[in-house]
Design a protein around this ligand. Sequence first.
Ligand SMILES: Cc1cc2nc3c(=O)[nH]c(=O)nc-3n(C[C@H](O)[C@H](O)[C@H](O)COP(=O)(O)OP(=O)(O)OC[C@H]3O[C@@H](n4cnc5c(N)ncnc54)[C@H](O)[C@@H]3O)c2cc1C
Length: 455
Amino acid sequence: MSREIVVVGGGAAGGTAAQFAKKTDREAEVTVFEAEEYPQYSKCALPYFISKKVEHVIEFTSEWFKRSRITLFLETTVKKVDVKKKKVVAEKKNGEVIEKEYDSLIIATGARSAIPPIPGVKDKEVVTKNVFSLRTLDDAYAIASYLPSVKHAVIVGAGAIGLEMAEALYTHGVKVTVVEMLPSILPGMLDKDMADTLQKMIPHDITIFTSHKVAKVNREGDVVNEVIIEDENGKQQTLETEMVLIATGIKANVELAKKTGCKIGGNGGIVVDRRCQTTQRNIYAVGDCTEYIDFVTRKPFLVGLGSIAVRQGIVAGVNAAGGDRVLPDGFVQTRTTKLFGVEVAAVGPTTKQLENLQPITGRFTGSSLPDYFPGGEDVTVKVLINPVDGVLLGAQALGSNAAQRINTFTCAVMNKMSIERLSQLETAYAPPIAPTLDPITIACDVARMKYGRRK
Ligand SMILES: Cc1cc2nc3c(=O)[nH]c(=O)nc-3n(C[C@H](O)[C@H](O)[C@H](O)COP(=O)(O)OP(=O)(O)OC[C@H]3O[C@@H](n4cnc5c(N)ncnc54)[C@H](O)[C@@H]3O)c2cc1C
């Protein structure tokens, strides 16, 4: 009898898990249940779909699943898992119930936008027409179809999605204001000094309020027309708007896993081990519905990166099909984005995320090419090292090839390299490609010297 593998959720994590389960055991019967009407698509592409930089976001079509001999049910929600009978109960949009037995179950239910309790945003009586968040393709369609009536938009949250959307709306000629509660933009990725450098590169006609929170929104009928923001001293001001986009993070979809008896961690995600196994036998979990250990801080964090979701999907898919793969002993959270032409990337915790450990830092801005060669672009690099043993904890970069430069640091963080060793890094050099000493080496050297001078 062939092995039955059931996947709940056909996003990046679930789709990848199904693919790798089938690659591992060609005879296995793999079934994916997906609540939405679309087969696997790229959520990361949605801001570019709205700005019209990309036209299609579907990554694996229904035909692809068919060719791969993976059964895909769309518009079908798994309502219940019967652990004793090892079967799932799913319901199609038309009410039809499907029961499916499993040998291995993979929960990949993802996350939804977290909506803070801003007075006026949610009202049981009136549905707010022009308050959006961006998580699904339907959210993107809703935003795109509302845009023609928008001249001003307020974005709540200056994380990667908030700022990518600021750029997307800006390209549509919308006057954008971004409101961030914390003292700097991209707070999950950059230290304040790096964020402030980046903020100066964002077009000045995008207004950014940091250290401000949204106190409430005012409505005219079912439409929000004013956003009241407040600084740290309680001073308020009113922003007129035709649209509000809330980009303040995610909440893991763990209701099904919880009902199934899987342990939920302190960050609200399903707890998984290095094999993506939950606390229930034969049940794996992957992607944004899970939490995992951070490589540097050793603390669990809620997975919210497609890069990690896919890596978990591979491991769970292989293991669910009888193979044996493990995740690394913690994720370093390598992350990147591009904002208004500037590449931004980071690996490891920011200074704030390191909490009580005050890192020694090295920061350098240089050119991507030798000074005499035309076409060089600014690159700013910052490294964070452990003041106790000189080991690299994280790095942040802005500008040309920031992501690839950070990938080099990822390798160093994963291998716990000392700043002494890292500042000896031999980087390739030729005038049209790179300077003799890459900015990453010089930033390391700054940190190395500070580390040498420490008391
Ligand atoms: C706008 C945006 C931009 C992003 N940009 C980046 C980026 O540049 N880089 C990066 O690394 N990450 C990025 N991310 C994050 C990345 O998209 C997510 O980490 C990734 O999509 C997680 O995949 P997932 O499969 O775990 O969850 P999801 O993609 O949320 O998929 C979960 C699926 O499960 C389905 N589901 C839920 N419950 C059930 C049920 N009971 N039955 C059946 N189906 C169910 C849902 O409908 C959903 O389709 C971005 C996210 C967004 C929203």
